[in-house]
Each structure stands twice: as C-alpha cells, then as structure tokens.
Design a protein around this ligand. Sequence first.
Ligand code: RBF
Ligand code: MG
Length: 314
Amino acid sequence: MELVTLPEEITRDLSSGSCVTIGNFDGVHKGHRKLIDTVVQKARRDDLASVVITFDPHPLRVLVGDHTPPFITVAKRKIELIESLGPDVAMQMRFNRALADLTPEEFVRKYLVDGLNIKALVVGYDYSFGKGRSGNFEMLKSLGEKYGFSARRLDPVIVDGAIVSSTRIRDLIKSGEVWNASSLLGRLYRVSGEVIHGMDRGGKLLGFPTANLRIHNELHPATGVYAVWAELNGVFHQAVANIGYNPTFGNDDLSVEVHILDFDADIYGSQLSVHFVQRLRPEKKFDGLDALKEGIRADTALARRLLDEPEARP
Ligand code: RBF
Ligand code: MG
C-alpha cells in the first residue's frame, strides 16, 4: 500500500482509473471495513486502483476545536488497520480550513477527478462532506454523472439491532463494555504505550508486579479491572489490567497497569499493547493489603478462565 497525502505523490499508474472511498474511519470498525472491502473488490474486478481517502487531523478537531470526542484510533493505528484491508493507496489528506472551505464540486473536481482519475465512488450510509456538509449522496451522484464516475452508497452494518458507528463504540468503551465494543469493531479494543516506572508497589508489596503504561490513545475504558491480552513483541500473554486511581492507596493520577500471568521479566521501556476482553469489576477501596491481594488473586483466576475460552482469543 502506498501512503500519501496528495494525489501527485502517488507513483502507481492511475491511467485506467480509480475506485475510491472517503471517510474519517475512526476505529476502522465493521462499517468502515465493509466500505474498504467493497472498494478493494470492485477495483480488482474492474482493473482500477483502490484508494481510501481519510483526513488528519480528524476534521472535527479543526472545525469544532477542543470540544471533540476522544478518538478510538490515533492516525498511525488507523493507517495500519486500513493497510490490513489491502487497498492500493491510502491518501491521508491534511485537513485544514482551506480544505474545509472547498465546495463539494471543487473538492470532487480537484482531488477525485483531476487527481485520482476516479471511475467509481463508494460512501457510507451517512456520508456528507464539504462546506457546511452540503455534499450529500444525491450531490455526489449528480457530480458523478457530470464528471463520469459511478457513485454508490452502502447500507449501514447492524450489530445487536443497532447501526455500527464510531460514536456508539466510543460510548461502549467509555462505559467499560469492551466486549460489546469488540463485536462492533470486529477485533478487540486495544490501547498501546510504553512501560514506565509506576509506584513500584505491585511486586514488592503485593506479589503482583504490574507494568504501568504511558498510553498514547485518547480513549481508554472506564476505570475497573479487566481480563486482557498483553501483546509484547508480537506475543500475546494472558493478563489482568487495572485502570484507575488505586483507591486503597489513593493515587491522584489515573494509571493503566497490567499484571501479566505466569510472566517474570523486566520490560521497562518496552512497547505493550493491551487488548481488552471483558470488564471484571469496578475498582474499589480495599480494607488493607491482604484484602487487596485476595481481590487480585480472584481477578487473575477469573481472567484465566475467561481467556481460556476460544471466543476470547485475540
Ligand atoms: N487497587 C485498588 O486500590 N483497588 C482495586 O480494586 C485494585 N484492583 C486491582 C486489580 C488488579 C488485577 C491489579 C493488577 C491491580 C489492582 N489494584 C487495585 C492496583 C494496585 O493497588 C496496584 O497494582 C499497586 O498499588 C501497585 O501500583
Ligand atoms: Mg507497577
């Protein structure tokens, strides 16, 4: 896959035309995947280049400013996920005021028609774009007739009786319903970061050493204890995670810590990804160390049972 920010950076031959989808794709969830799969398949069938257009920063960040939701996937992760779906080109356009102010026709002519030699466009059920979101599907269809490309709109993907959307997934993650979030994402929800030094209490005081993470995700699940997979150098380990303020001790800052089962190695400085399977309980203030230890022991036993289930595999 070629990753570019503008059509002129593409080295691949576009003379036979391109099949394009366009969106913000936060989370690269099941709905997004259906769009990208459709584009990749149609491009293959019709001998076109498949192109996925997305934006960085997320348009809301530019248009709304700081009052934006935390996003499910950071830009780099979004591109990795798009790449795994096999398009020829990902065009991550730099989003700014100038781009936002283009009329739908200006955008289509400049980037899709002149830039990408578009022959087919596929968009999501709710897609609109351009100045004031005036570029709806009907307008794209008529621009297609004018400039010679087909326009197709896909129906939403439904999971558990409701439309799969980035907003719905964010809400599930924020409320700790990570297992439900994963059925909309089509994979486990994960956060990643570097293993940093924590309070250094877990191993010495409790007998449950934890890797503390400096996460670079914007979003994280509700505070509480979770059964997770800890991915280290491509290897998945069963683990339990605690997100919160350690009320037994009363920390000021939120910590994300992971106790990896059957594991004993110094991993400070490593990159760790935590894949969330199931929330086990809220974080609570235990009555002393022994009670906390007993609580964590019960968590690890429950996590082991859950993670041994075939459907919990990463
Ligand atoms: N700390 C709490 O104060 N309350 C909890 O309910 C709690 N649950 C935890 C569950 C697990 C599985 C783990 C690994 C840690 C938990 N902790 C909890 C955090 C614990 O206080 C922390 O790991 C040590 O203080 C070391 O930083
Ligand atoms: Mg620790």
